[in-house]
Design a protein around this ligand. Structure first.
Ligand SMILES: [Zn+2]
Length: 242
């Protein structure tokens, strides 16, 4: 139990908490982690970057949209609900902490759980936009046709998720929040994808760093506190010490 009481103590002490979250936090909500070996595209993971690239989107818009909708289970996106991992982070705000969440997920579950300061570096699956005129379209519209097109100019709509070959969003903001943090947590992310996986290097020397992920990561050595287990299990134990 020592690890969990130490994490609880760091939470109590911290004023500014910055959290990076990956697919692992949404797995208990039923959202498949397409990078994991048990994910939807197990064995074909190496093809995913191409199928989600700007090049493929421009070349084969129909195939792109079919793949994207299937991979993200876009018809179900509205039905997913946050789990105790998301709620735990929202509660930190209610405790009076200044919390910034940097998420690699596009599922909006942090906001649904009540977190107010969320940087979605890979965008958001709920809202797609026309690359020509910028009109925003919601999921209902996107799901109507196989290839969604803009009502105004008939351009093929761009997905709300950042595609491969596109820059991530809000990195500077994420970087600043990391530098200011008293407590930095990485949750449910394998920290394989740059530049986000470099964030733990940018914390203050005095900052506490917590990693919760099912499997060890290549960045584990950057964290004083490491729990290789499900986020909800870890926080359940931390909560008892808060
Ligand atoms: Zn348009």
């Amino acid at each position: 139990m020592e690890l969990y009481s130490q994490i609880a103590d760091e939470i109590k002490k911290a004023k500014k908490i910055t959290v990076i979250t990956g697919a692992g936090i949404s797995v208990p909500s039923g959202i498949p982690d397409f990078r994991s070996s048990t994910g939807l595209y197990a064995g074909k993971e190496e093809n995913i970057p191409y199928y989600l690239s700007v090049t493929y989107f421009r070349k084969e818009p129909k195939e792109f949209w079919e793949f994207y909708k299937d991979l993200l289970q876009l018809k179900l996106q509205d039905t997913y609900e946050p789990n105790d991992g998301h709620f735990f982070l929202a509660e930190l705000e209610k405790m009076g902490k200044d919390v910034t969440i940097v998420t690699q997920n596009v599922d909006s579950l942090h906001q649904k759980a009540g977190s107010t300061n969320v940087i979605e570096i890979h965008g958001n699956a709920q809202h797609s936009s026309c690359p020509e005129c910028g009109t925003i379209y919601d999921l209902e519209y996107i799901n109507k046709e196989v290839v969604p097109r803009c009502e105004k100019d008939n351009a093929v709509i761009k997905p709300g998720m950042v595609m491969f070959e596109e820059p991530i969003l809000g990195f500077e903001e994420a970087y600043n929040a990391t530098q200011e943090a008293d407590l930095f947590m990485a949750l449910g992310t394998s920290l394989q994808v740059g530049p986000v996986n470099q964030l733990p290097r940018y914390t203050k020397k005095s900052a506490a760093r917590v990693l919760v992920n099912m499997d060890p990561t290549e960045m584990d050595h950057l964290f004083q506190y490491r729990a290789h287990e499900a986020i909800i299990d870890c926080f359940e134990k931390v909560k008892q010490q808060l």
